[in-house]
Design a protein around this ligand. Sequence first.
Ligand code: NAD
Length: 241
Amino acid sequence: MTTTPLRLLIHGASGRMGQALLRLAADNPALQVVAAVNRRSPAQRVVEGVPHFASSELAGAPQFDVAIDFSLPEGFDPVLALCVERGAGFVSGTTGISEAQRQALIQAAGRIPLVWASNFSLGVAVLDELVERAAAALAGWDCDIVESHHTQKKDAPSGTALTLGAAAEKGGAQPQYASLRAGDIVGEHLVQFTGLGERIELTHRATNRDIFARGALFAASQLPGRAPGSYRVRDLLDGAT
Ligand code: NAD
């Protein structure tokens, strides 16, 4: 039995994440990339056999089922608007988005199914739960979040650090943040709880950005057929089993 492949638009295709998404999608017969969108000219081709578009040509992209966006906040609005206009799903890992862009996500969730996550790895989903529990159990301890990334990363603190901070706040802590930019670090997050004479350190280290790309492709595969709404990766995992 043959099934129709899921049609994907990859936004930010020439970037580190975009290239990982294109490479992994090419190996999966259930996925078909119908448009790869880069900021610059379509001549900046990433993968042969995939139609490439400049971001100025986004409106002319062929119909797709889900857009996966790993770009920059400047590129976020047009691709979200296109998904709403086309009735397509939206998966985004773009970090550093503004409050207005968060509001736009909430509005869009009334019309289409979407996932925005600051980190698509399974390990960080688990760390998030651990941080909330530790914060709740360690009232009065200091909570510090230290994140380290490669020197090209623009936003700080990282979106993941802020998500972990929100989990700590839910548990009653008041986290402080520190950011390091060095070499080619894919992503490290240390959440440290310090009391008098003792300390707990919870660390996640990403050594390969394929973990984020796999998570985003998984999320995209779970959106078609779902009611409009804003889903977490965890929600989709529950539905897949
Ligand atoms: P990158 O700088 O390597 O690539 C950025 C891409 O965005 C390029 O293809 C560029 O052409 C495109 N772009 C930039 N401005 C654009 C615009 N105005 N319109 C259209 N496209 C535009 O970055 P990266 O390392 O691939 O990361 C991309 C984003 O994903 C960042 O926000 C990063 O923080 C985030 N990220 C999220 C996760 C996660 O799991 N959520 C993991 C890794 C990275």
